[in-house]
Design a protein. Structure first.
Length: 595
């Protein structure tokens, strides 16, 4: 027996279940803390080396390297994702949720390995995504592996996943409190004292490892914001900031999902190549930002890779409004292209970056308006802009990631500044409300929906007050058995073989794959053998719904028309079948909401 199994067996014999789980949490905290630090170093040093090498070349060679390096990283990611590890694309948080709810907490060790390698290469060679989401996925893979080593009980393995997730966030952001709230808001969807103990143990250890190796300083230094802010005037800033961030966050999420959907639908055969295209585009956008900002002093390379350097300068009021607009637009475009084309990296850092630039821009407008109106008791320009950057970061994070409590705490922990708590709360909750109203499904769940993952079993969709407002895409069936309009009833029945006709009804497609109608099993069984399937839907009034239709509206429509099942079609292409929604699906979701 291997030594690892011998140790695990010895622990099982010497310790009871609770003691072994405590040991597991300690091991997860240590392993995830160390791996997160190594991941941070790998991205940082790889990009620093790339930048020094390219700038030493100068001239056209510099531009060639900074365009080709992100493209090459994208090609590596595309090939590995296509042929070795499909779960290594994107941020890793949707994959972690999928593993927790649908796979019993199982994430393979190779998935964690490839996540480390691919995200290091992709972000380290200049692509404009973050390290926090991949850290979560990698840490979850570590906790899953340790859980399977320590326990044979599948429930214990599953319960190890949120422990690793929290440890990864704590080490990546140096933010232990927000790591805990993020797990409860994003993964568990409810607060449980039973789950809290193990999570706290792992978070403390992971954060201690991170601070020991990376230092005690927060990610963003806001020591210069030392003003005792007066709450009333800052509420006037925080509320509009929440509105703007909510709208911009919605545009950002819609853009990411739109580009990703386009690549999945139109270029599925070239999925191994699209990350390379996104990398080349990122290189071009990054160089454009570099050239445009060079006219206003030092050029900024923060569109490439993580980019916290420019965010730090925004805090210090060292960016003019032209530079802020350039960085905001270029970073927005680069992130959308990188993530939408299938890159390996997260959205946490880019979201905070965009929010900080938005806040800096609003701060400059506030300073300008103060010059006209001379508001009493208003702090200096540096303090105003720094405070607005804080508000923008929190509101944008709340609008995109859709975890309002985490968005509050993470800003405090990243900056060690607590002086704007009330306007920050107001702006964050307003941004969250607006983005939730415009798009009911949050981005990580929307990514799973886009991949055809059925969310029926997700705890987040069991709220009796919420599920009816969700789109049918969250519970519809994607894998649909269809019939050919040109075949006879006899040929159709023969195609099914011994299995026979097992569903209540079947969508019918023509030679071009377009939806023609829907026929019930009873109608097929009653028809003559030589009858064409297409004849069974002659003069049929076809009822369809788009994927954005709410569950409540779909149910009302189906009941009023006495339909058991309706096809779900694309709003832009009414003949394109995406799936089906049945009254059984809706009833199952309703029953789950009361469990």
């Amino acid at each position: 027996m291997p030594k690892g199994k011998l140790v695990a067996e010895w622990l099982r014999n010497r310790l009871d279940d609770k003691q072994r789980f405590l040991v597991l949490c300690i091991l997860i905290g240590l392993a995830c803390g160390i791996s997160a630090v190594l991941f941070h170093w790998s991205i940082h040093h790889l990009f620093e080396s790339l930048w020094k090498f390219s700038t030493s070349l100068g001239g056209w060679k510099f531009y060639a390297v900074m365009v080709c390096a992100p493209g090459l990283a994208g090609l590596v990611v595309g090939l590995v994702v296509k042929f070795c590890c499909s779960d290594a694309a994107g941020s890793g948080i949707p994959q972690t949720k999928l593993a927790y709810y649908n796979r019993g907490g199982h994430i393979s060790s190779m998935t964690g390995f490839w996540r480390f390698v691919l995200s290091s290469i992709y972000c380290g060679l200049g692509n404009s995504l973050g390290r926090e989401g991949p850290t979560v996925h990698m840490s979850s893979a570590i906790s899953s592996r340790l859980g399977r080593w320590m326990f044979n009980d599948k429930n214990r393995v599953r319960s190890a996943l949120p422990v690793g997730m929290a440890a990864g966030i704590a080490a990546a952001f140096n933010a232990p409190l927000s790591a805990i709230t993020f797990v409860f808001e994003e993964l568990l969807d409810n607060f449980s004292m039973k789950a809290l103990g193990g999570i706290v143990v792992a978070v403390v250890i992971a954060a201690a490892v991170s601070r020991t190796l990376l230092g005690e300083d927060p990610i963003l230094d806001s020591h210069f914001i030392n003003e005792e802010f007066i709450t009333s005037p800052w509420m006037v800033v925080g509320i509009p900031m929440g509105v703007i961030a909510g709208l911009l966050g919605h545009v950002f999420v819609s853009s990411v999902l739109g580009v990703r959907g386009l690549c999945k639908n139109r270029f599925a055969k070239w999925s191994w190549l699209t990350p390379a295209v996104g990398g080349v585009c990122c290189g071009l956008v990054g160089l454009l930002a570099l050239q445009l900002t060079s006219g206003y002093g030092d050029p900024h390379n923060s569109v490439f890779s993580i980019g916290y350097e420019s965010l730090e300068r925004a805090f210090e009021d060292k960016l003019v409004w032209q530079v802020i607009i350039i960085l905001l637009v270029c970073k927005f475009v680069a992130v959308v292209l990188n993530y939408g084309t299938g890159g390996s990296g997260g959205l946490f850092s880019p979201t905070l970056y965009l929010g900080g630039m938005l806040g800096g821009l609003v701060g400059l407008l506030v300073v300008l308006s103060n010059g006209f109106f001379d508001f009493p008791d208003w702090p200096g320009a540096h303090q105003v802009i720094g405070g607005c950057v804080l508000l923008g970061m929190g509101a944008m994070f709340s609008a995109v990631v859709r975890c309002p409590f985490t968005s509050l705490i993470i800003i405090f922990e990243m900056t060690r500044n607590y002086s704007l708590i009330l306007p920050l709360m107001a702006g964050n909750m307003l941004a969250w409300s607006i983005s939730r109203k415009l798009r009911p499904v949050a981005i990580y769940d929307a990514l799973l929906v886009q991949d055809g993952v059925n969310l029926k079993t997700f705890a987040a969709y069991r709220g009796s007050q919420d599920y009816r407002k969700l789109p049918v895409s969250t519970i519809m069936t994607y894998d649909v058995t269809t019939l050919d309009v040109s075949k006879t009833v006899e040929e159709t029945v023969r195609d099914f073989g011994a299995q026979g006709l097992i569903y209540h009804s079947y969508p019918i497609l023509n030679e071009e794959g377009e939806l023609e109608g829907i026929v019930t099993r009873h109608e097929i069984e009653e028809a003559d053998a030589e009858t064409l399937i297409g004849w069974l839907i002659t003069d049929q009034e076809l009822l369809t719904v788009p994927p954005e239709c709410s569950i409540r509206d779909a149910a009302q429509l189906m009941i009023s028309k006495n339909y058991q099942q309706v096809p779900v079609v694309s709003l832009a292409q009414p003949k394109k079948l995406l799936g089906v929604i049945t009254l059984n699906d809706i009833a199952r979701q309703q029953n789950a909401s009361v469990l």
